[in-house]
Structure formats: structure tokens, C-alpha cells
Design a binder for this molecule. Structure first.
Ligand code: BTN
Length: 323
């Protein structure tokens, strides 16, 4: 354990009581000046620490930054987040870095997190708005034993896990817009970007990126009519760390079950939590746009659409728009 982690653990175990600089420096065997420096760093990391001349230090509130040590605390997963967790205050895109790490051989379960992204990416080259400290920007490196054609089902699985974790953490009913969005009411709460690297017919790695708007109060004008956050829907703020832990746990449970028993139960759950079945939609396939009504999601996770000419369309992956 690093000195900083030891100091933090002492502060946490002190349960809201003051601890003198002298006792701290004796316990971790560094000077009082060095203790002070660590306190400054912890404050920068978002911990609310009070300091008073004759009393010492007191941890008032833990940090809600997506810090590896906070996420790991009480994380009930087997492999996800158990290896490296890379956290950045600012990064171009967590998916881009995760891809680079995966190419360099990073283990399954490696996570990349950012407080803000300067070039967060969505599907179809869209950008993902990620203001500092307000949402979850996560990318996970996976190495599933799946065929490349099965990988789009991981997007559906991620959406189910994200909707479940939002419900369990906040009580808000998020619905999945097939295949990769989470909606609260008529607005988008979260998006998933799944990127795959294959070698011949085998999957090398998959990057699942999740962007979830947690405590955002203001969206830029071009998004304000279509995007929402947990804060805007409920009027209260939520612990990003708590929600992230919950997501990781839900995702891992579904992922391990899907790899050993198939995706049937994920698809069944998805059918009960999607806002897409029964809706009028447009979908673009081979540069042609079709209008119709979404009928169902089949056992492979494909969206079944009856187009306006009475033809059945089966969409395995793609972008649908509500009309
Ligand atoms: C979409 O709505 O089209 C998908 C949005 C995915 C955004 C997340 S944020 C974390 C990860 N890094 C990225 O650059 N994109 C994904």
C-alpha cells in the first residue's frame, strides 16, 4: 500500500474523529511536512479534509472522483476492476486509450476511466459530451470467447446492466433504446460504444465504453432537448462511484452467465425493459432508409421491423431513430 493510501485508510478508519499530524506522521513514518503534502494531494483528489492547528486532520467527506481505490472498496466482482484501473482527470477518449492498452496486451477486466473527455466518441462519429466530474466515462477491456458476429449482443448486455444498475441505485426506470442507448422518458441518459478487434474469425478484444450522465445540470443547447441526467430527472445528485460499482457488478454477473449459458436470458430481460418495441422507427441499411414499426427483438438480439410496405426487416446491428 502506498503512503497516501495508508494515510487515507487511517483517516477513514478514524470514523469522523480528529487525528493529530504527530500521530499520523508516527504511524506512517514520514515527517509532518510530508503528511501535509499528502493531505493537499488528497484534497485535490476530491476528499474533503479539515485541518486545524491543535487538532490535526479530519476526513469530512470521501471523494466521488472515479478513483481506483474508491472503486475497489467493497467491489463485489471477480475479474472486472480487479486488475489495472486507469483513471485520468482528462483524456481524449477512454475507448481510444483502452484500445491502445488492449493492443499492448492489457488483461481482460482492465478499466479506463476519465473525469472528462476532450474527444469522447459516440456511434457514427458523434461526439459524447463529458463535462468534468459529472458523469461516468468508462471503458472496459474484454476478451470473450465469442464469434465476432455474437459481439453486438454484448452491447445489449451492457445496456441491460446499465439500466438495472440505474434502477437499483436510484429507483429511476431507465429503458433501453435498441441497441445501445438508455432513456429516461423521452431523453437519452446513457450511450454504449462497443468496438471490436478481430484476428481472422476470432475476437482479439472488445472494448465496451459507457457514457452515463449522472449529475449534469446543464447540457449545451444542441443537446438540451434530447439529453438528460439522473440529476435533471430526480433533482438530486448521486454517487458516481457507487453507481459505477453497481454497474460493474451487474455487468460481470450477466457477462459470465452469457458466456457460459448463452444470451437468452439477457435478451428476455431486454424485451421487458426496452422502449423500442411497438414504436415507429426509421433504420438505415445499405444506404437505404426504411420506415416501419419495431415488432420485437429476436433470440439473437436482432430488431424485427415491419416496414411500411409490409416487409419484415431483421436488423442485427445499426442505428434506429424514433419518428
Ligand atoms: C453513443 O451514444 O453513440 C455512445 C456513447 C458512448 C460514450 C462513451 S463515454 C466512455 C467511452 N469513451 C468514448 O469515447 N465513448 C464511450
Amino acid at each position: 500500500m502506498s503512503t497516501q493510501a495508508r494515510i487515507l485508510s487511517i483517516l477513514k478508519n478514524n470514523n469522523g474523529r480528529w487525528i493529530s499530524g504527530e500521530n499520523l506522521s508516527a504511524e506512517v513514518n514520514i515527517s509532518r511536512a510530508a503528511v501535509w503534502k499528502h493531505m493537499c494531494k488528497l484534497k485535490q483528489d476530491g476528499y474533503m479534509i479539515e485541518s486545524l492547528p491543535r487538532k490535526g486532520y479530519l476526513l469530512r467527506r470521501t471523494s466521488d472522483q472515479l478513483l481506483p481505490e474508491e472503486i475497489r472498496q467493497d467491489l463485489g466482482t471477480v475479474f472486472l476492476g480487479k486488475k489495472a484501473i486507469h483513471h485520468f482527470n482528462s483524456l481524449e477518449s477512454t475507448n481510444t486509450l483502452a484500445k491502445e492498452l488492449a493492443v499492448q496486451g492489457a488483461a481482460e477486466g482492465t478499466l479506463v476511466l476519465a473525469e472528462t473527455q476532450t474527444a469522447g466518441r459516440g456511434r457514427k462519429g458523434r461526439y459524447w459530451f463529458s463535462p468534468p466530474g459529472e458523469g461516468i466515462c468508462l471503458s472496459m477491456i474484454l476478451r470473450p470467447d465469442l464469434s465476432p458476429f455474437e459481439v453486438p449482443r454484448l452491447t445489449l448486455l451492457s445496456a441491460v446492466a446499465a439500466a438495472d444498475s440505474v434502477r437499483n441505485h436510484t429507483g429511476l426506470t431507465a429503458l433501453v433504446k435498441w441497441p445501445n442507448d438508455l432513456f429516461l422518458g423521452q431523453r437519452k441518459l446513457a450511450g454504449i460504444l462497443t468496438e471490436i478487434s478481430t484476428d481472422m474469425d476470432a475476437v482479439n478484444h472488445v472494448i465496451v465504453g459507457l457514457g452515463l450522465n449522472v449529475n449534469t445540470a446543464v447540457f449545451p443547447p444542441e443537446l438540451s432537448g434530447t439529453a438528460t441526467s439522473l440529476f435533471l430527472e430526480s433533482g438530486r445528485t448521486y454517487s458516481r462511484v457507487g453507481l459505477l460499482r453497481q454497474f460493474l457488478q451487474e455487468f460481470e454477473t450477466l457477462y459470465q452467465a452469457a458466456l457460459s449459458q448463452g444470451f437468452d436470458s439477457v435478451i428476455q430481460r431486454l424485451r421487458t425493459m426496452t422502449n423500442t418495441i411497438g414504436r415507429r422507427v426509421t433504420v438505415t441499411l445499405n444506404h437505404q432508409t426504411h420506415s416501419g414499426t419495431a415488432q420485437d427483438i429476436d433470440h439473437d438480439g436482432a430488431l424485427l421491423i415491419m416496414d411500411d410496405n409490409g416487409r419484415s426487416l431483421r436488423v442485427l446491428s445499426g442505428d434506429v431513430n424514433f419518428v
